[in-house]
Design a protein around this ligand. Structure first.
Ligand code: DSN
Length: 445
């Protein structure tokens, strides 16, 4: 095949012509997303502008290393003085291993600066926030933090996976639980919520080197000040993992840990509506340098530069008033959903929510067949009924396969314009579905 033929057949033509099968599957996925009520709290819709940046020619570039230190400290107006920055680029060496990164420097540093601008607050200004935007996702970001602040075998405290923590907060199935001596904390047996006195006692007894706060299925916001106080009392670092509520924290609808926790990690594709990726922040320059080295070359090679461009767009959008409004609406909608479920007699794990999702407790469903309604068949049936959610363990569960919780998030529906009346209708549909399932069991092959 000549170059010309190659171009005409594959290169310069649309997906539809090159691979109609994949094109059709993408169409189906688009239709699924439009037709169903998607309530996975870690999912949301990335705006078209974010996806345009993500699908851009930055995909074609390698950029191992970091942008010039000088640019990482520049303000946005100075970063956008392209002629000034390019003059520097052409004259001086930098921290990348490849040439051809003239424009990668811009997208990476704009993503960094805008992220810092989003999280700056009364405690810490944007210029004092150090940002790494290279982690490929949340687990990679957390791994880099472990590599930076703890040694293999050290004691780490994190929330129990079964009670609301994340896989990387010390699960036995994950690097975190395998490499480190993990002491998990959970909810208090007495209150069903976090009890900071109990956590403090645990920390005093086990003397962790790092405490992780921030959750994937616990529904109440952490008290960052108290967590920091506990950590610092025992000489530990506090890692705030705000992967889920990052967008809400930017808007002020969730407490912002920047300036309180020693290190903050978050993903950019949940309430932030950005590309799949993650960010690590801290306010100590020396620590930031060690984190940078843990990400590259410690853990990763070439960063996904197209993601930098998409993150920069997402952080620009996140500074808007409209974004802020949506974040507050997400929270109000979760409250309305929780209320709608409770008013219909369904129970919620942790008793309610002040974040972007609630946790339906299926122990509250009287199935009437002598078998409990577990979350796995319930979410399958909800999906067939057009409501997409995920099964999740809740306090009391001991096996993921037998999980009794369903996580119900509101980001996606809020982006589609749902308000409290619509959330009440969603609660009605969920109630109708789960109370009409008749679970049974049989011994199969
Ligand atoms: N698995 C993600 C979630 O859904 O919460 C977090 O990594």
């Amino acid at each position: 095949m000549s170059n010309e033929e190659y171009w005409d057949t594959f290169f310069g033509v649309d997906l539809e012509q090159v691979d109609p099968d994949i094109d059709l599957i993408i169409d189906f996925e688009e239709e699924r997303q439009a037709r169903k009520l998607i309530m996975i709290p870690s999912e949301s819709m990335a705006p078209r502008a974010v996806r345009a940046a993500l699908g851009s020619v930055f995909n074609n570039v390698y950029a191992e290393g970091y942008p010039p230190l000088r640019m990482t400290r520049d303000s946005e107006p100075l970063l956008l003085d392209l002629a000034y920055q390019l003059a520097y680029y052409r004259r001086y060496a930098d921290r990348r291993f490849y040439k051809g990164v003239d424009y990668v420097h811009f997208v990476e540093t704009l993503a960094q600066r805008r992220a810092a601008d989003c999280f700056a607050n009364d405690r810490v200004g944007s210029g004092d926030i150090y940002v790494n935007v290279q982690p490929l996702s949340g687990a990679a970001a957390n791994l880099a933090v472990y590599d930076t602040v703890v040694d293999v075998g050290d004691v780490v405290m994190g929330m129990d996976l079964y009670q609301g923590g994340h896989l990387t907060h010390g699960s036995e199935f994950n690097f975190s639980g395998k490499r480190y001596h993990v002491v998990s904390y959970g909810v208090s047996k007495r209150t069903g919520k976090l009890d900071y006195d109990e956590i403090r006692d645990q920390a005093r007894e086990h003397k962790p080197k790092m405490i992780i706060a921030g959750f994937t299925s616990y529904t109440w916001a952490p008290d960052w000040e108290v967590f920091a106080d506990i950590a610092h009392e025992v000489g530990a670092m506090l890692l705030a993992d705000i992967s889920h509520p990052a967008g809400m924290a930017i808007a002020g609808a969730f407490p912002n840990p920047v300036g309180i926790a020693d290190i903050i990690t978050f993903t950019t594709h949940k309430t932030l509506f950005g590309p799949r990726g993650a960010v690590i922040m801290c306010t100590d320059e020396e620590l930031a340098n060690r984190i940078d080295l843990a990400v590259f070359p410690g853990e990763q090679g070439g960063p996904h530069t197209q993601k930098f461009a998409a993150m920069a767009v997402a952080f620009k959008i996140a500074q808007s008033e409209q974004f802020s409004k949506i974040q507050y609406q997400i929270k109000d909608n979760a409250g309305a959903l929780a209320q709608g479920l409770q008013e219909r007699g369904l129970g919620l794990a942790y008793g309610g929510t002040d974040t972007h999702f609630c946790m339906l407790d299926l122990n509250s469903v009287e199935a009437g067949t002598g078998f409990p309604l577990r979350a796995e068949p319930a979410v399958r049936i909800l999906d067939m009924a057009g409501i997409v959610a995920n099964k999740n363990t809740i306090p009391g569960d001991e096996e993921t396969a037998k999980a009794m919780g369903i996580r119900l998030g509101t980001p996606w529906l809020t982006q589609r314009g749902f308000g409290p009346p619509e959330m009440d209708e969603v609660a009605r549909l969920i109630h109708k579905t789960v109370t009409n399932i008749r679970p049974f069991s049989y011994t199969g092959l």
